[in-house]
Design a protein around this ligand. Structure first.
Ligand code: MN
Length: 161
């Protein structure tokens, strides 16, 4: 898979214990992080479809955020950087986003290889439902990486610590 335009894009997956435990899946499109809540977390198993509910865009600087969102703030609770790295697109990600099918290749520490996000509703934007899936390639795995690799990739902490 080739890059869209030669740019290097980034992604981050943050594990977040707010009202409920979930994973915030964020890929850079343009100069923002397009964001989805993935309740069960990403999978390297190509037979698994993970519900991904789009949320507000986040600034690129959020890639580094790990710590406590204070009580009284939206999303209050603990966040760890569960994975991060480069994200490559085979074609313009802005167009792909608009068309509701985003193909991308991740070079993270845990998530590697080709994935796609597929919108299951007509309208994009916050609260729209998508599916996150792994494509078949040499990086597939049938183990549950949310269970086998729970720690932060920057502090090695687990969310419980
Ligand atoms: Mn969250």
């Amino acid at each position: 898979m080739k890059k869209g335009d030669g740019s290097i894009f980034l992604f981050v997956v943050q594990k977040h214990r707010a009202t409920t435990l979930h994973y915030d899946f964020r890929i850079q499109i343009g100069d923002v992080l397009k964001s989805w809540v993935v309740p069960r977390g990403p999978s390297l198993d190509p037979t698994r479809k993970r519900l991904a509910v789009e949320t507000q865009d986040h600034p690129l600087s959020y890639i580094h955020f790990e710590g406590q969102i204070p009580e009284g703030s939206y999303g209050a609770g603990e966040v760890i950087v569960w994975d991060r790295g480069q994200c490559l697109y085979p074609s313009d990600p802005v167009n792909q986003y608009g068309e509701g099918k985003i193909k991308f290749l991740l070079k993270g520490e845990k998530l590697k290889g080709e994935f796609f996000l597929f919108r299951t509703e007509r309208q994009a934007g916050p609260k729209s439902k998508w599916l996150l899936m792994k494509k078949y390639d040499s990086h597939i795995s049938y183990e549950d990486i949310t269970q086998s690799k729970p720690s932060s990739v920057i502090s090695l902490r687990k969310l419980e610590d």
